[in-house]
Design a protein around this ligand. Structure first.
Ligand code: SAM
Length: 216
């Protein structure tokens, strides 16, 4: 993603009501942010937030939290949310490496990973959001029957992710190497990157992973 220094973005993060301030202080009681007990679903690396905003608008019975490392990108999601004022959508500016410090045990119902950075060099494999290191973190914060949904157009990252899921003792509930021409296309909400890459003719890969009984 091309990063620009958006003037004032970092300052806006510190005061904007749609951004969860001091998220670590809500660990284990994140539902208080929303003031209800609806399930919490998160997107890690949400970029400008097109996907999670559409999900929140379509599913008012679910609370959504979009996580993004860069203020300059997150500010675009905030601008949209300023217009829509969805009560079930919040954002956190953070590095996903800290995810277990922000969410408590079994606090999250579902994790979405969309078009995550591929980190192609072997020595950076642990930074991939589907690495066993990250799956171990997700395991701590996901409910027992929680799932991870991952979409990408990057075949190498997808192959790595399938292997990583299986090696980590998770189940593959769904695997498709051409989402848009599969039975799972119905109801699929496209992300910004998905629109861009599928319009170039790239197939979209998707997997859904769950944890095996007793693997936690
Ligand atoms: N999910 C969006 C989509 O599909 O259109 C954006 C995809 S973009 C390639 C990946 C995004 O993940 C970037 O905005 C990047 O800043 C963010 N990101 C990458 N690593 C991250 C991390 N460790 N923690 C939080 N955000 C991260």
């Amino acid at each position: 993603m091309r990063l620009r220094n958006v003037r004032g973005a970092r300052e806006e993060m510190l005061v904007n009501p749609h951004v969860i301030q001091e998220p670590k202080s809500f660990r284990g009681r994140m539902n208080e942010v929303f003031g209800n007990e609806k399930p919490i679903r998160i997107e890690v690396g949400m970029g400008k937030g097109q996907f999670i905003t559409a999900m929140a608008a379509e599913n008012p019975a679910v609370n959504y939290i979009g996580i993004e490392k860069y203020s300059s990108v997150l500010i675009r999601a905030i601008e949209k949310q300023e217009e829509l004022q969805l009560s079930n959508l919040k954002f956190i500016r953070m590095d996903a490496e800290e995810i277990t410090e922000v969410f408590g045990e079994a606090e999250v119902d579902r994790i979405y990973l969309n078009f995550s950075d591929p980190w192609p060099k072997d020595r950076h494999a642990k930074r991939r959001l589907t690495s066993s290191v990250f799956l171990g973190r997700y395991s701590q914060i996901l409910k027992k029957d929680g799932i991870v949904e991952f979409k990408t157009d990057n075949e190498a990252l997808f192959d790595f992710s399938v292997e990583s899921v299986l090696e980590s003792g998770w189940n593959l509930e769904l695997v498709t190497r051409d989402l848009h021409h599969s039975p799972y296309a119905e109801g699929n909400i496209m992300t910004e990157y998905e629109i861009k890459f599928s319009s170039m003719g790239n197939p979209i890969y998707k997997l859904v992973a769950s944890q095996k009984e007793g693997s936690r």
